[in-house]
Design a protein around this ligand. Structure first.
Ligand SMILES: NC(=O)c1ccc[n+]([C@@H]2O[C@H](COP(=O)([O-])OP(=O)(O)OC[C@H]3O[C@@H](n4cnc5c(N)ncnc54)[C@H](O)[C@@H]3O)[C@@H](O)[C@H]2O)c1
Length: 346
């Protein structure tokens, strides 16, 4: 297997790169990352494996992509590169359309071109539970058969890219699987997302901005469990346990309200409840996500292994112990974004 990981300097991508290198018959792992604000070279600095190589560039650079396919004889793409933050997609959807839709289009058309030349490339397209929309309290979790109903611009661009992948499977007979996962937590996550944002603010004695009533529910999964799932899907597709065009959901049956997470983080950091500041809710904020992952269990033998309380405590510990990483990522630009997003509450 000669793997191209797109977005391998991001939160999930950096864990996928590490875990892919643990598979003995993986010959090569190329990490193509544009290093946008959320991509951090330091996430992969310590990887010394000679099979690993980083290339600074964008999936939107078609000629670069094809050069990598050819010179590295790529046989699998784990496609994670994306604009991934809902709040940013509300401010401007343009970069989301460029990366999530147009970037995926370029990958798909390049795969078709190489297939014609006799080089088959499998694609694992990494997507999200957000494409399914929002659940009511009494609804069962999403399954792979749930209709797509994206309700924010980020989710709409991910759903569009999922549908492009499925259309290319049907029309061009490419080999591809779509994985959809619930909210990830763990080390190396850019601190605009809930858990690292609250952890760093709690540690610094800053305000903890909570959207609306704080009762939005997500099904939290550790990033290592998700990364394992992506690699299981890759092996499943290559070995024929999964057919091309299939969708696989990953979740953790771990539904938690945002406010409960904030309170746990306050406890883990010895912060104070008075730091909580309720702010105006995000427009169109989905209320509840929950993922059914029976298919992954049955076909891939995959299930989440990291227990939530322990996983969260270790994650908070990681942010405490990695102040250099935190300092390098929380630049002036990041502070500026926080103030724009949450106003004077920070
Ligand atoms: N974070 C979650 O909870 C979650 C859950 C389910 C699915 N996902 C999906 O997983 C993937 C990774 O998410 P993440 O949380 O690690 O995101 P992230 O924002 O931390 O990482 C994205 C990475 O992609 C890179 N990138 C952006 N545009 C690029 C381009 N044009 N070319 C090459 N690289 C580019 C960035 O530099 C960054 O390193 C995304 O596709 C996301 O939709 C995320």
């Amino acid at each position: 297997m000669r793997i191209l990981v797109t977005g391998g300097c991001g939160f999930i991508g950096s864990h996928v790169v590490r875990q892919a290198l643990m598979i003995p018959n993986v010959e090569r792992v190329i990490n193509l990352d544009a290093l946008t604000y959320s991509g951090h070279p330091q996430n992969c600095f310590d990887i010394e494996d000679s099979r690993y190589h980083f290339i600074h560039g964008s999936i939107n650079e078609e000629s670069l992509l094809k050069e990598i396919f050819q010179t590295e004889q790529i046989s699998v793409i784990l496609h994670l590169a994306a604009e991934s933050h809902v709040d940013r997609s509300i401010n401007s959807v343009k970069p989301f359309i460029e990366t999530n839709i147009e970037g995926t289009r370029i990958i798909l058309e390049s795969i078709v071109e190489f297939k014609r030349l006799g080089q088959d490339i499998h694609l694992i397209h990494v997507s999200t539970d957000e494409v399914y929309g929002s659940l009511n309290p009494e609804d069962p979790p999403f399954t792979e058969k749930t209709s797509l109903n994206p309700r924010n611009p980020y989710a709409a661009t991910k759903a569009a890219s999922d549908m492009l992948v499925q259309s290319f499977v049907n029309t061009h007979d490419i080999s591809a699987v779509i994985t959809r996962c619930s909210n990830n937590y763990g080390p190396n996550q850019f601190p605009e997302k809930l858990i690292p944002l609250m952890t760093l603010n709690a540690m610094n004695g800053d305000n903890l901005p909570v959207y609306g009533d704080g009762k939005q529910i997500r099904d939290w999964i550790h990033v290592v469990d998700h990364s394992n799932g992506i690699l299981c899907a890759m092996l499943g597709l290559i070995m024929g346990r999964l057919s091309t065009g299939e969708v696989i959901n990953f979740g953790a049956s771990n539904e938690v309200e945002n406010i409960e997470i904030v309170e746990k983080i306050i406890h883990l950091t010895n912060a104070d409840k008075s730091q909580i500041k309720y702010v105006k809710d995000r427009p169109g904020h989905d209320r509840r996500y929950a993922m059914g992952f029976q298919k992954a269990k049955k076909i891939l033998g995959w299930y989440p292994e990291i227990e939530w309380s322990e996983g969260l405590a270790k994650t908070v510990e990681w942010y405490k112990e990695n102040s250099e990483w935190v300092e390098s990522i929380t630049s002036g630009q990041y502070r500026e974004w926080l103030t724009n997003q949450y106003g004077e509450t920070i």
